[in-house]
Design a protein around this ligand. Structure first.
Ligand code: ZN
Length: 75
């Protein structure tokens, strides 16, 4: 059996938020449990590959924290 060493994007690739662990579906970020239920990922021959990301809410929270820190330093 030959292994294909080229890593290609697959339909089952899932981008997950590294902070809150929600998964991107289209333009929305939804709970991992809901995605597992929707995709029946446990029935796939190959498990979904998880790609790291940061969701909009967590990105906003980080930017807000940084802005506050910058204000505190400037004050
Ligand atoms: Zn998040």
């Amino acid at each position: 059996m030959k292994w294909n060493l080229v890593r290609r994007a697959r339909d089952t690739d899932l981008v997950t938020c590294s902070l809150c662990l929600r998964v991107r579906r289209g333009s929305a970020w939804i709970e991992a449990e809901a995605v597992i239920t929707e995709l029946h990922s446990y029935e796939l021959d190959v498990p979904p590959r998880l790609l790291p990301g940061v969701c909009d809410d967590c990105a906003d929270a980080i930017l807000l924290r940084r802005a506050r820190t910058a204000e505190a330093i400037a004050a």
